[in-house]
Design a protein around this ligand. Structure first.
Ligand SMILES: *[C@@H]1O[C@H](CO)[C@@H](O)[C@H](O)[C@H]1NC(C)=O
Length: 317
């Protein structure tokens, strides 16, 4: 069993994007250095600088929910992650460290939903759902102490990876009420996740230079990771696998369609908005590799493990 294989595959998708962002940042940095130094070599770190802003749930949380509420428990989980080891954010940072000055601004919270109406923040107020993560990011970047994190030739790459908890919560509620969710309820769920994730992109694009600084037009790229395949999560009950597959596929198809529609709008956005040619990239789904490489996780937890949640996709062997 190759360790970390699943995480490497998740990483690979974003590695390419970070490399692209880094190359663009390097060109800008080079041009500025030449302009300010009269071409003299600057004695500074010449690696291009990329700021990865992460929005998501337990699959991406590197300690936010843990800092807020001490969850997940420290004796079983790795450093506030919902995993028994590093997660994709950690692997990505390590993988690009030689070539990129990567700053990670991580807003992901274990338990978070894309839409508050599908979330559990009412019972667990320490969980920040996607709109709340977005507000926190927007507040941070305008705060004096964090202003320096953006701009200055750094390339911002916002990434969102969220929606699995929306599915889990809605499904759990329906099953608790005695059955599978109705077709209308599934359609509403798919629609809500899609619109909340698109709203995230629109909010960041709408914030203009406050978020993007010198990046304009095609330099404004946002990444949507598809919702992870819940049906191949080790803890998914056999009975639910078909409905989980149907729902996950429907969400990701709807995301792809909605992103294409927004991209078409952005292609002809007013030039002075700075967003003409900005793009949402929906990456390929990598759950198949994840599912194929997860070995029985958390053996120490015993038979009740399945009841503890579905955040196991990022565990390594
Ligand atoms: C970074 O560079 C060092 C020294 O050349 C090398 O040993 C290491 O494997 C590189 N790390 C990555 C992730 O490429």
């Amino acid at each position: 069993m190759p360790p970390h294989a699943s995480l490497r595959s998740a990483c690979a998708v974003l590695l390419v994007l970070v490399a692209m962002a880094g190359a663009a940042a390097a060109r800008e940095f080079g041009a500025k250095a030449a302009a300010t130094n009269g071409g003299a070599a600057a004695a500074v770190d010449s690696r291009p600088a990329v700021v990865l802003a992460v929005f998501g749930d337990s699959l991406s949380d590197t300690g936010n929910t843990f800092r807020a509420a001490g969850i997940p428990q420290a004796d079983l989980y790795y450093q506030g992650r919902y995993s028994n080891g590093p997660i994709w954010v950690d692997y990505l940072a390590a993988a690009v460290s030689n070539t990129t000055q990567l700053t990670v601004l991580n807003y992901a919270h274990g338990g978070a939903a894309a839409c508050p109406e599908n979330g559990a923040a009412a019972q667990y107020p320490f969980i920040r759902d996607l709109p709340s993560q977005t507000s926190a990011f927007l507040a941070d970047i305008s705060a004096p102490q964090t202003q320096g994190q953006l701009g200055g030739g750094r390339r911002l790459l916002p990434v969102s990876f969220i929606g699995n908890n929306d599915v889990r919560n809605v499904l759990t509620a329906a099953l608790g009420a005695g059955g599978f969710p109705t077709e209308q309820a599934v359609a509403a769920l798919v629609g809500s996740i899609t619109s909340c994730r698109l709203a995230w992109a629109q909010q960041l694009l709408g914030a203009g230079e406050a978020v993007w600084r010198q990046q304009r037009g095609a330099e404004r790229v946002l990444v949507l990771l598809p919702v992870a395949r819940l049906d191949i999560t080790p803890s998914a009950p056999e009975l639910l696998k078909p409905v989980l597959k149907t729902v996950t596929d429907a969400i990701n198809n709807a995301l792809t369609v909605a992103a294409a529609a927004l991209n078409a709008e952005l292609a002809s956005a007013p030039v002075n908005s700075g967003s003409r040619g900005a793009r949402l990239l929906v990456t390929a789904d990598f759950s198949g590799v994840v599912g194929a490489t997860v070995t029985p996780p958390f053996a120490t937890l015993g038979a009740d493990w399945g009841a503890r949640g579905w955040s196991c996709m990022m565990e390594h062997a």
